[in-house]
Design a protein around this ligand. Structure first.
Ligand SMILES: Cc1cc2nc3c(=O)[nH]c(=O)nc-3n(C[C@H](O)[C@H](O)[C@H](O)COP(=O)(O)OP(=O)(O)OC[C@H]3O[C@@H](n4cnc5c(N)ncnc54)[C@H](O)[C@@H]3O)c2cc1C
Length: 462
């Protein structure tokens, strides 16, 4: 029988993914006693089925491409193929090392981790395998799982989600990917690098439809060059098994045969049957509704991460988790500016952005009050050394601060570190233009775009 000391906490966090464990760690640092309830493995989607394993696969793909293309750099290698068990053991090794590190961090920092399936049983209690844990406050952080379309059954064999795509032990000969968002685009990039024949089907007019249209077009151009096929503005109508794989039908009458269909149409919240509604928590389409400080309508309950509406990104979960812990500790944290969250698609080429698109800026400030500059990586020394193509596009409110940065090209994700400072500190192009960027780096492209916006272009031509 557990004693009160084992079951009563300042904070009980339900779900040990990015949002939940970040909240738990910050809360113990601020002096709270914290129970973190997890039914699978702490680290959640990001560590075990998301960010980390996909980026390991993408890196293996990059090495494969470099091996194929090495002669263009004067280096002789022979690309012999992909050894998927070898790729998987590299990928799993990365995950396991980080997982062990996280377990150690949670333990040494003093978070009590409770293994098991949790259910909210009141505004201050969570039940796990028959034991009730009480928290003065509860944080819901149960995350998300892959979604499908009505009538489309993910069988885990020929019709798969990202969960199964991450553990394939062979490279498929051909794949249809339903959905041209971040997850679909990243898997397309990996499988193409591994030698598969890939077709993305996207209902909207562009790949990565949430990005600035210029970025989508540049990605499409690069994918075309890499031999990634895509059907844009195309609706899925059905799939049936053929001898060795699947035949995917589109509403435009096209049929595409492939070994596999990856369904990457988004992720839905994990909230059903967990007692949220019964405890009075306001919900919307399965997501938990919160205010700008991640507080639900129930005063003792907050929610963070993929479970609440908004960007489904690990670093957003971290930020929200930290914010909730600080609010509970009375530190008065500022709400998150979600436009200021960096977004990266780690395909080849990478697509990275922070702030708002040109289209949104025009809606917000008026067509005549928005200025943009596009700096082509053709003029950037380091990008030429890497043989990458792309652009850095900066969106400015007329005579005002930078409101959006949109980048396409190899390694552009790293530049969000600077771009987010520019956006979030509401920098003027003239202020950024004063900063000297190291040569030769790709960060110079960001510097050059701001020099051009400030009216003093250096290596720039239209
Ligand atoms: C293929 C893929 C690639 C991605 N790549 C990136 C990327 O590069 N960068 C990025 O920022 N984001 C990426 N993401 C998104 C990122 O993984 C999520 O945004 C992040 O994991 C959300 O964190 P979370 O804590 O809200 O939820 P989750 O990570 O889903 O964690 C929720 C946890 O709660 C547990 N849980 C659920 N219900 C219960 C219950 N009843 N009792 C106990 N435990 C429970 C689950 O087991 C899980 O561990 C990717 C996602 C996918 C699928």
């Amino acid at each position: 029988m557990a004693s009160d000391a084992d079951t009563v906490f300042d904070l009980v966090v339900l779900g040990g993914g990015s949002g939940g464990y970040a909240c738990a760690l910050r809360a113990v640092d601020l002096g709270m006693s914290v129970a973190l309830v997890e039914r699978d493995k702490v680290g959640g989607t990001c560590l075990h089925r998301g960010c980390i394993p996909t980026k390991a696969l993408l890196h293996a793909g990059e090495i494969a491409d470099q091996a194929r293309e090495s002669a263009g750099f004067g280096v002789k290698t022979a690309f012999e193929g992909i050894d998927m068990p070898g790729v998987n053991s590299y990928k799993d090794g990365v995950v396991i090392r980080l997982f062990k590190g996280l377990l150690g961090t949670l333990k040494t920092r003093g978070v009590t981790t409770i293994e098991g399936d949790g259910r909210l049983t009141s505004a201050t209690t969570v039940e796990v395998d028959g034991t009730t844990y009480t928290g003065s406050h509860i944080v819901l952080a149960t995350g998300s799982v892959p979604k499908s379309l009505p009538g489309l059954d993910i069988d885990g064999d020929r019709v798969i989600s990202s969960d199964q795509a991450l553990v394939l032990d062979t490279v498929p000969g051909s794949v249809v990917i339903l959905g041209g968002g971040v997850i679909g685009v990243e898997f397309a990039s990996v499988w193409r690098s591994f030698g598969a024949d890939v077709t993305i089907v996207e209902m909207l007019p562009h790949l990565l439809p949430g990005e600035d249209e210029n970025s989508s077009r540049l990605l499409e151009r690069a994918f075309r060059k890499r031999g990634v096929n895509f059907e844009l503005g195309a609706r899925f109508s059905g799939v049936h098994y053929v001898e060795k794989g699947v035949s995917v039908s589109l509403e435009n009458g096209k049929q595409i045969e492939a070994d596999l269909l990856l369904v990457a149409v988004g992720r839905g919240p994990v909230s059903e049957g967990l007692g949220y509604e019964e405890a009075g928590v306001a919900m919307e389409r399965g997501f938990v509704k919160v205010d700008s400080l991640c507080q639900t309508n129930v005063p003792t309950i907050s929610a963070v991460g993929d479970l609440i509406p908004g960007w489904q990104l690990a670093h957003v979960g971290f930020g929200e988790g930290i914010l909730v812990a600080e609010r509970l500790a009375g530190l008065n944290p500022a709400p998150i500016d979600y436009d200021g969250v960096p977004r990266v698609t780690y395909s080849d080429p990478e697509v990275a952005s922070v702030g708002i698109t040109e289209a949104v800026a025009k809606e917000r400030y008026g067509d005549d009050n928005v200025v943009t500059v596009r700096y082509n990586l053709g003029g950037n020394g380091k990008s030429q050394i890497l043989k990458t193509a792309g652009e850095v596009k900066v969106v400015q409110q007329n005579d005002g601060p930078v409101v959006g940065v949109h980048m396409v090209g190899a390694r552009m994700g790293e530049l969000t570190a600077e771009a987010q400072l520019i956006y979030n500190w509401e920098a003027l192009p003239t202020e950024v233009a004063q900063l000297i960027h190291p040569h030769p780096t790709q960060s110079e492209a960001l510097g050059e775009a701001h020099l051009a916006l400030a009216g003093k272009p250096l290596h720039f031509h239209d």
